[in-house]
Ligand binder design. Structure first.
Ligand code: SAM
Length: 185
């Protein structure tokens, strides 16, 4: 018995430096790097979330370049991108998951900011290894996930931290570290 793991890279609703709720642009590097980390750790589906149609088209273009071109059929990137999905909103992710898995996922937010009741990695790892169902990890962009989105999560993971208070990782780096702590050998 173990939980299936899913990731959503959220471009809205996220925070600006001044704390406003904004929409950030998709970064092509994120599409590839998050997909490769996700595939490495057995994440079943990786969702790129943006309400901007042109941005979803950019993601679909990257997918198509690798998935639809026989030249890239056996490229490692192609295998990673195969699990990618471009969607409009976190709601879309939850609806897609409910239709695929039959139940809402255990929703986990991440952030570089420490908060009351942050869940330790060991506790989430233990849940993943001993329960049924699916867990959806939400990663933000910009200055982090909007507060309302973090508030609706079932849990917020403790921030990754290192030597001192500086812990502003790129989302690509944060995804890799979080997944290794949850699924690494
Ligand atoms: N200050 C922002 C925050 O609080 O998340 C950092 C934004 S960072 C560019 C974008 C995303 O990467 C965050 O929303 C989070 O998902 C992830 N992230 C960045 N640093 C992290 C850390 N130290 N611990 C956990 N997640 C982190």
């Amino acid at each position: 018995m173990s939980m299936g793991l899913l990731i959503a890279l959220v471009h809205h609703p996220v925070l600006s430096r001044s704390g406003d709720v904004v929409t950030t642009a998709i970064t092509s590097l994120d599409i590839h790097d998050v997909a490769r980390s996700a595939r490495t750790y057995g994440v079943e589906r990786t969702y790129m979330v943006t309400p901007i149609a042109q941005q979803r088209a950019l993601v679909e273009h990257v997918f198509s370049h690798w998935l639809d071109n026989p030249v890239h059929a056996d490229h490692p990137r192609t295998e990673a991108l195969r699990r990618g999905h471009a969607v409009t909103s976190v709601e879309d992710v939850l609806e897609d998951l409910a239709s695929v898995t039959g139940a809402p996922p255990y929703l986990v937010a991440t952030s570089a900011k420490r908060g009351e009741g942050d869940m330790p990695y060991a506790e989430l790892r233990e849940k993943l290894e001993t329960r049924d169902g699916h867990a959806l990890l939400l990663f933000g962009t910009g200055w982090g996930l909007a507060h309302d989105l973090v508030a609706r999560a079932d849990a917020k993971l403790a921030p990754i931290s290192g030597e001192d208070d500086y812990n502003h990782l790129s989302v690509r780096a944060a995804v890799a570290v979080v997944l290794d702590r949850l699924r690494g050998n």
